[in-house]
Write a protein that binds this ligand. Structure first.
Ligand code: DC
Length: 223
């Protein structure tokens, strides 16, 4: 039977790397729902459609072709995987993802991914709204300072120079926006295992999630 593992949490908590690592260890697919919001925000912004133009948003989202393959996202055949990883899209995605008709349009696209087999899915509302019946739910977080430092080091390794204080400020702003929005605010889903990864390595977090999932899968098999 296919199963779903949801990993929710704030920006920069390491959800993507952990979801990817866990999916690899379990040999299943993974879905980065933030990438979908990012791609759609890029598309709407490029099309000149503002976040308050509901009718135009619905029309545009009814027509677009969205292809998702693990972390790769294509919109109308264009691979936007790299393009959506900029500070500008960080901001745009936070705004468009708070628009109810955007969330509605993307709900079914996300739920449909279970048709391709077991899934590790990560985002903000994956355990509460997208897959409320998921077998395994996790909430992964870390202090804003720890998350900002990770982003700073990641950027540095990529040759991108972004000031630590600016990163911290942007993380705090996005936390506020994502948790205070009216629709699907970031929250700990009922039944989720809460993990603070501030003092953990990525490998330790993956191992922790893996052992939870593995134990439960084993006990299900035995019963
Ligand atoms: O995880 P991320 O930073 O790539 O997400 C980009 C934006 O999309 C972020 O502002 C939160 C939003 N998002 C959301 O509202 N719901 C999700 N399931 C995933 C992301």
């Amino acid at each position: 039977m296919p199963y779903v593992v949801t990993i929710d949490g704030p920006a920069g908590a390491g959800k993507s790397s952990v979801a990817k690592g866990l999916a690899k260890k379990l040999g299943v697919n993974y879905l980065n729902t933030g990438a979908i919001y990012r791609a759609v925000s890029l598309f709407l912004n490029d099309a000149g459609i503002a976040p308050d133009e509901d009718k135009k948003i619905i029309e545009a989202l009814n027509k677009i072709k969205l292809e998702i393959n693990n972390e790769q996202v294509l919109i109308n055949g264009n691979d936007v995987t790299q393009q959506i990883r900029t500070p500008k899209i960080d901001g745009l995605a936070s705004v468009y993802s708070a628009v109810p008709c955007v969330r509605e349009a993307l709900l079914e696209i996300q739920q449909r991914q279970i048709n391709y087999g077991s899934l590790i899915v990560e985002g903000r509302d994956t355990g509460s709204v997208i897959f409320p019946e998921a077998e395994f739910k996790f909430f992964l977080t870390a202090t804003p300072e720890a998350r900002a430092m990770r982003r700073f080091i990641q950027n540095k390794n990529k040759g991108i120079h972004e000031n630590y204080d600016d990163i911290l400020k942007s993380i705090k702003q996005r936390d506020k926006h994502d948790s205070e929005r009216k629709i699907s605010p970031l929250s700990v889903p009922e039944g989720a295992v809460f993990i603070d990864s501030s003092d953990m390595t990525e490998e330790q977090v993956i191992e922790k999630l893996f052992s939870h999932v593995n134990n439960l899968l084993r006990s299900k098999k035995e019963s």
